[in-house]
Design a protein around this ligand. Structure first.
Ligand code: NCD
Length: 322
């Protein structure tokens, strides 16, 4: 895989390969020495034009655990503040010779766009409302760890689907893994035609009892340029994930950050069925597996790089400490 821009870049076998490798990195993460030499001599640039806690920290740690050199740039505090364009920023960073650029940007298609401006592998860490493929991969990994397989499982994705790149990537990824996906929320927050991605739609939570997994989404107020619900209180009354609506055998997920008490109640968020912290832990090992996939896995990113002399170690050396 040259880049990871969308879940569309993967098939089921590709998702399973990444999750399998994430499992082997999870074994490494349980050792005293958690670092492996897999990407020694390789350079990863994290370029974040939007706020992030989980995604940016786990990509940083993933690169470090694989022994890559790492540069992390947030738009605040960089020359982007001084008016530098995305194209000029990418050209500047490309001059430093990165092997991979991880990008988060508010514009749909930004990750795809920069592939034309750099010869580095590009990983989409969230582009506007479009996609967030590594989030979906870490969610699949979390579910595989808890359920063994997703075939035939019913997964409800609830909330602000309209503004959610996570929903778009998850619908695709869960579907490829054999799950039956339903998206639910107020009509104003469900985009028309979303069924084309391979999901059913519900405007109420009346049938949520059928779900094996319930995946809550944040109300993305920063992307709303109008009023989509009468009030957050009203939204919570009809759509909040809480113990009154869910039964204890239903697994609960959320990509974070959570608006505690709005899309999900505190007791459900912190309860025994919640996988939210497992999702964060999966984020690290899945992002290690994605960096491995684009930089050291099978297909070589570009001529003259990635061969034995480039410093990338072989898959067999995953298990050896750095
Ligand atoms: C998500 C995102 O940024 O799209 N968060 C994340 O990456 N963990 C979801 C969100 O911001 O609500």
């Amino acid at each position: 895989m040259r880049h990871l821009l969308s879940i569309e870049d993967l098939d089921r076998a590709g998702i399973e390969r990444i999750c399998e490798r994430a499992r082997s990195f999870a074994d490494v993460a349980r050792r005293d020495i958690k670092k492996v030499p897999t990407l020694r001599g390789r350079t990863v640039v994290n370029l974040f034009y939007e706020s992030s806690t989980r995604t940016s920290s786990s990509f940083e740690l993933a690169a470090k655990r694989l022994s890559a050199d790492l540069v992390s740039i947030k738009s605040a505090g960089s020359s982007v503040d001084k008016g530098e364009s995305l194209q000029d920023t990418v050209a500047t960073l490309t001059a430093l010779g990165p092997d991979a650029i991880v990008i988060r940007a508010p514009h749909a298609g930004a990750a795809q766009l920069i592939t034309g401006w750099t010869d580095a592998a590009v990983i989409n860490a969230g582009d506007g409302k479009h996609e967030h493929p590594t989030q979906a991969l870490l969610d699949v990994h979390t579910l595989l760890e808890h359920l063994g397989r997703l075939d035939g499982k019913r997964i409800w994705i609830v909330g602000d689907v309209l503004h959610s790149r996570v929903a778009r990537s998850c619908i695709r990824a869960f579907g490829l893994m054999g799950a039956e996906v339903t998206v639910a929320g107020p009509p104003t927050l469900i985009p028309r035609g979303i069924e084309e991605l391979g999901c059913a739609v519900s405007y109420t939570l009346d049938d949520i009892g059928e779900a094996d997994v319930v995946y809550g989404l944040r109300m993305q107020r920063e992307r709303m340029n109008g009023s989509f619900v009468p009030s957050l209180r009203e939204y919570a009354i009809h759509y909040q994930l809480n113990s009154r609506r869910l039964n204890p055998r239903q697994l609960v997920m959320h990509p974070g950050p959570v608006n505690r008490g709005i899309e999900i109640s505190p007791e459900t968020m912190d309860g025994p069925s919640s996988l939210i912290t497992s999702q964060v832990a999966s984020g690290l090992v899945v992002r290690m597996a994605v960096l491995y996939e684009v930089l050291a896995g099978g297909e070589r990113p570009r001529s003259g790089r990635g061969d034995a002399s480039s410093g990338a170690t072989s898959p067999a050396s995953i298990g050896e400490p750095a």
